[in-house]
Design a protein around this ligand. Structure first.
Ligand code: SF4
Ligand code: SF4
Length: 137
């Protein structure tokens, strides 16, 4: 049986800010080396002396604010949590970007489409510090 999994942030105190997770997401999912194309973002919290934090889709179940805000039905419920982008329906209005309280929807101005986390888990495989994990939904 194929059980849906969700990306979870496990332990960011171990993060050294190498951006391997972001690079792997951008390369594998968007065929691009630009960190701007990654669905997961690693940021500093509290300036240079602060620790690192991950901004990533929490895999909402029930009401998904991003999908609710989409006027064209371009974000379909993903099994187990989160959403799947239906690009042919997307007009690039960015309402999903504004709607996610976590700031987890980014926007690709080249394609004029949002960058939506697929919860594929490639980032967890490239983080060698054990900061990220896949959890059964
Ligand atoms: S940018 Fe696309 S997916 Fe996002 S709300 Fe607008 S139409 Fe929907
Ligand atoms: S992008 Fe934001 S609102 Fe949409 S499912 Fe993920 S966490 Fe929830």
């Amino acid at each position: 049986m194929n059980i849906a999994k969700i990306l979870k942030v496990k332990e960011m105190r171990r993060c050294i800010g190498c951006f391997s997770c972001m690079t792997s997401c951008a390369v594998v999912n968007r065929h691009n080396h630009s960190l701007a194309k990654s669905a997961i973002k690693i940021i500093t919290s509290g300036g240079l002396s602060g620790s690192m934090a991950a901004v990533v889709c929490a895999g909402c179940t029930g009401v998904r604010a991003c999908a609710e805000a989409c006027p064209t039905g371009a974000l379909a419920d993903r099994e187990g949590g989160g959403v799947t982008l239906l690009p042919e329906r997307c007009t690039g209005c960015r309402k999903c970007v504004a709607a996610c309280a976590l700031g987890a929807v980014h926007f690709d101005s080249t394609t004029n489409k949002p960058i939506i986390c697929k919860h594929c888990g490639v980032c967890t495989q490239f983080c060698t510090h054990g900061c990220l994990e896949m959890e059964e939904a």
